[in-house]
Design a protein around this ligand. Sequence first.
Ligand SMILES: [Zn+2]
Length: 94
Amino acid sequence: MDDSNDNQNTIINQNKKKRGRPKTDIWDYFKEGPRNRGHCSAECNFCGWKQQVGQPIEMQGHIALNCLKVSPEVKSLFLEKVKNNGHLGYNKKN
Ligand SMILES: [Zn+2]
């Protein structure tokens, strides 16, 4: 049995996964819930954190700052986005 090939294919497929969705790729890390007044609720794929109305800015903030189960790779990806957005109180101290 040689499954190393299989593993490689899986990784390549994941990288190719972009299908030109109109939404930002934050939705790759969230599940869309039922629509609510024209907006989807969102649930974090990593920790199950939910937002009534999925707002990409806040979802990014969750991944970047609050999510405890996200991989460091994804976290730093969205940390950059959040910093660029400048929307969230990035330097906010608790
Ligand atoms: Zn989370």
